[in-house]
Design a protein around this ligand. Sequence first.
Ligand SMILES: [Zn+2]
Length: 89
Amino acid sequence: MSSKTKTIELEPCEYCDAILNGREKLVTVYRHRGASHFIFEHVPAQVCPRCGERYFSAKVVREMDRLMQDQPPHASTVSVPVIEFTLAA
Ligand SMILES: [Zn+2]
């Protein structure tokens, strides 16, 4: 998962040039602020039909930023394994 968020500019997809259809799907987004990690569920995003890159509107990004600073009381917490990757070869 990428922690980068991109705002919607104009179609087409900036990575593969596929035309985005403008329809939003609800996706799960992982973000972090410093050492604090957040998972947002049901976030509206445009998803590239070819490469899967996700585009969020500036409004959605701002709301995620706000929610990371001021967590809603209904937020649930999960524990996530942190694994230092090494290739066993
Ligand atoms: Zn694409």
